[in-house]
Design a protein around this ligand. Structure first.
Ligand code: SAH
Length: 477
């Protein structure tokens, strides 16, 4: 029996897919229902039918799941940024724990019992709204042609106006309204993706939760005027923005390419400092209370910085625990960004080396070592897959512990190969994508390592994303 587009079916949702979609079956036919929650019985409409399965959209909740909650954001279905906001927080954590387990089993080829044994409970968050320190809002026109800042409606580039995302800081709204008012008053056009014309493309806002400092960076489609200003009546914009409590840095980034990449390659400060500072503290990993002093970081607009500062303290403290340093070790921090993990570990290591591809991040890292008086951290700019093998093969730089924290696509195969040749005692793998993590762990296990501990940290509440820390130990031959 087949189904066709627009057919309406009733189905009980029994599972959830990696992207947060509800999964149910009728007569052996599988339905993937966006916005349905595990435990719901729903009426859904098929959007795309295949022989044995179909994609469908939620039409009506016939019987709500026990874990279903009222989403706090009224745009939650349109936006698609918070795929699981309609699920209670405990169920979200269970979903993430399962997602990591399943990937390790299916992609990594690990035994279910083994994963069960080494995996520790997910580290959740107490107050899981307004946790993000960074937001990037597209600027454009909504369907009615009004100037708008907001988000792209799921899988499209239609802008829906919303300056008040429930994951972001409250200042976002004030800042965006200030920018939109300035644009209206001085006829500054928003960028139009279809024509490639217009000026303001995106606004990046980042706040240091510990410092209260805020940076705003406007991404512009062009290089400004002859006067040396990047924006018409630039002073008007600045005088508005600098009234926002905590405003520390205003800059522009030039991106004149027709691309989905948000930030341009250059940044020019137009007011205040070149970035903001923030502090991250070590916490005890039993009850997550703060211990000792924090490390203070300078962050420039193009540098990566973890988006959930409350959870980052837990994440880095776990990394430190897994690294098991005694003060005698040489440590590599691969994909080090602004040197956050490197400097977090430096106090307990003999020497730390960091490697990172973005030059601005490495210059932040060096400044960060100096501002914290840390003398045993050295940073290299370049691709990890080039620098790591080179330092080892040509200069004989080794390590007892290697930490890797790659982007979603995981470690380059050359990085894995280099680590296997360096044969550190321990590898701590920090991952924001458990599918590529599973793939890489398999390679490391084939190369003579075993997984000793795994723990997820919920850095991205209400979304399907999950951060995972894994401790791998060298198998003694
Ligand atoms: N450990 C850091 C950064 C993690 S994000 C932190 O916790 O803040 C991953 C970092 O890898 C980013 O800073 C990104 O710029 C960098 N990166 C991406 N590809 C890279 C590559 N091939 N070589 C080195 N660094 C890379």
């Amino acid at each position: 029996m087949g189904y066709a587009k627009n057919d309406i079916l009733t189905v009980k949702i029994e599972d959830m897919g990696n992207d947060g979609e509800g999964i149910g079956k009728t007569d052996g036919y599988t339905l993937f229902v966006k916005d349905a929650v595990i435990g719901d019985t729903v009426g859904c409409r098929i959007t795309k039918a295949k022989k044995n399965y179909a994609y469908a959209r939620l039409e009506r909740i016939l019987e709500p799941s026990r874990v279903r909650v009222e989403p706090r954001c009224r745009f939650h279905r349109q936006c698609g940024g918070c795929q699981i906001q309609a699920m209670d927080y405990k169920a979200q954590l269970a979903f993430k724990q399962n997602k990591v387990k399943n990937n390790l089993i299916r992609i990594g080829g690990f035994e279910a019992d083994y994963v069960e044994k080494v995996m520790e409970p997910m580290v959740g968050m107490e107050d899981c709204f307004h946790y993000r320190n960074k937001a990037q809002f597209p600027i454009g026109e909504d369907k009615q042609g009004n100037l708008a800042a907001g988000f792209y409606a799921g899988r499209t580039h239609d802008i829906i106006a919303n300056t008040d995302c429930v994951l972001g800081v409250e200042e976002n709204k004030e800042i965006l309204e200030c920018i939109l008012n300035y644009m209206k008053n001085y006829h500054v056009p928003a960028y139009n993706e279809q024509t490639g014309k217009g000026l303001v493309r995106h606004v990046l806002i980042r706040k240091g939760f510990a410092s209260g400092e805020i940076m705003v960076c406007l991404v512009l489609n062009g290089n400004g005027n002859k006067k040396g200003d990047f924006l018409p009546e630039q002073d008007r914009l600045i005088s508005g923005l600098k009234k926002v409590q905590g405003m520390t840095s205003i800059s522009v980034s030039i991106n004149a390419e027709r691309t989905n990449v948000i930030m341009g390659k250059e940044v020019h400060g137009i007011w205040g400092k070149d970035g903001i500072t923030d502090t991250i503290h070590m916490v005890e990993t039993k009850n997550f209370t703060r211990t000792g002093q924090g490390i203070s970081y300078f962050i420039s607009p193009l540098s990566f910085y973890q988006v959930n500062p409350v959870q980052t303290e837990k994440l880095y403290s776990l990394v430190s625990e897994y690294a098991g340093l005694s003060g005698r070790e040489t440590v590599w921090d691969v994909y080090c960004g602004i040197g956050t993990i490197s400097l977090f570990l430096a106090g307990a290591a003999k020497q730390v080396y960091g490697v990172e591809a973005v030059p601005q991040a490495i210059s932040d890292a060096r400044e960060n070592a100096a501002r914290n008086g840390i003398g045993n951290a050295e940073f290299f700019v370049g691709r990890a897959e080039e620098i790591l093998p080179e330092k080892y093969e040509k200069e004989g730089v080794y390590a007892e512990v290697i930490v890797v924290d790659p982007p979603r696509k995981g470690c380059d195969a050359k990085v894995i190969a280099a680590m296997l040749r360096m044969r550190p005692e321990r590898i701590v793998y920090v991952s924001c994508d458990s599918a590529t993590l599973a793939r890489d762990l398999k390679m490391l296990c084939d190369g003579g390592y075993e997984v000793s501990r795994i723990r997820g940290v919920d850095q991205f509440c209400h979304t399907v994303h999950v951060e995972t820390v894994v401790l791998m130990s060298k198998v003694q031959k």
